[in-house]
Design a protein around this ligand. Structure first.
Ligand code: SAM
Length: 337
């Protein structure tokens, strides 16, 4: 049988061999495991696996040549993530099976500890940013996407969900509290939770000015501290400040009551790296598909989405994810779309 597929001498077996070769190394398999729900730069991966940068670059090159990892530029840095398998292409079935098996691997404890350290470094950078810049918060938000840009769309989506009179809301990272009056009017009780005392002070001022009697402010880390679940959890321009957004969605999904909703307003993926310095962003927006995949992995179902263009070139996504309700052993949605 002639395996040559093209007049250029391209050998299909080479592709399969590259895939097998890439998967034939324990370190590379563990790299793929670490990238299951996260993306890392080469330096971070070198730190996580305690090897030199050039060694890690070599392994990433082998994985990239086999189509197992893809890159994404985040400002000046290149981040590696897992590439999705293309079922219909040569090697697609093997690729998917390899990732399935890799997902069953348990990363060594020291590797897990160093991943935690990378996440802590990212989270600390985000916290320091908001502690430093609370005074100029509004000006920073307006550089990219302030609440006025997306408030109407978000409210349209929220109102279409038809929450009952006794429903509760939780806003994570309310910033200066600009959205709290809207939530306070629609929900019986609202909790506004932020890990920055300076930002929470701004939200407190807003609640006092607007005499919002049903809003409770809570100083807490949305990802590590304990707090109550709500029927509607709102996250406006916050996810891109989280060290590990896919993992964060899993944590946040647990704070949505069964039959409730998670509403996320976020930037779409962009390449304006100045936002890292000027706005403390850890991630330059998100691909729409990534958010949907992460939400699904967190046990949520994608609902309506709105995409808004902005004058300065940023695009905003307003996304709704529903949490199925459990009753009689069957999973069912209370909101239907
Ligand atoms: C860019 S601001 C968004 C503020 C507001 N939602 C808005 O759109 O105007 C991000 C907010 O998330 C908060 N934040 C970041 N990480 C957090 C965490 N792990 N837990 C709770 N709040 C967090 C920050 O302190 C800040 O108030």
């Amino acid at each position: 049988m002639n395996l040559r597929a093209s007049p250029l001498g391209f050998e299909p077996a080479d592709e399969l061999a590259a895939l097998c070769k890439a998967g034939g190394d324990p370190l590379r398999l563990n790299v793929l495991r670490a990238l299951a729900n996260d993306s890392f730069g080469v330096l971070e991966l070198a730190q996580i696996f305690a090897i030199g940068q050039s060694g890690m670059s070599h392994h990433l090159k082998v994985l990239a040549q086999a189509g197992l990892v893809a890159t994404r530029r985040e400002g000046n840095a290149i981040f590696y993530r897992r590439a999705l398998s293309q079922g219909e292409r040569l090697g697609g079935t093997l690729h998917a099976a390899l990732l399935d098996e890799v997902d069953a691997l348990q990363l060594p404890a020291d590797v897990q500890a160093r991943i935690g350290e990378v996440h802590r470094q990212r989270a600390a950078a985000s916290r320091e940013f908001f502690a430093r810049t609370a005074a100029s918060f509004q000006a920073q938000q307006d550089l990219i996407a302030g609440l006025p840009h997306y408030r109407d769309s978000l409210l349209a989506l929220l109102d279409a969900l038809g929450f009952g009179a006794d429903a509760t809301a939780l806003e994570i990272g309310p910033g200066d509290g600009g959205f709290l009056p809207d939530l306070a009017r629609r929900f019986a009780r609202v909790t506004a939770l932020d890990n920055s005392p300076a930002m929470l002070d701004l939200a407190r001022q807003r609640c006092a000015e607007e005499a919002l009697g049903n809003v409770e402010l809570q100083l807490a880390d949305a990802l590590n501290d304990d707090y109550s679940a709500a029927d509607c959890v709102v996250l406006n321009m916050v996810l891109h400040h989280f060290a590990a957004p896919a993992e964060a969605l899993k944590t946040l999904a647990q704070r949505v009551k069964g039959g409730g909703s998670l509403l996320i307003t976020e930037l779409c993926s962009h390449d304006q790296s100045w936002a890292r310095q000027a706005c403390g962003d850890l991630w330059l927006g998100f691909e729409q598909d990534d958010l949907a995949r992460w939400a699904e992995a967190a046990g949520l179902c994608a609902g309506e989405s709105l995409y808004l263009g902005l004058r300065n070139g940023f695009q905003i996504q307003v996304r709704h994810f529903a949490k199925p309700e459990q009753h009689n052993g069957l999973r069912a949605l209370t909101h239907r779309y």
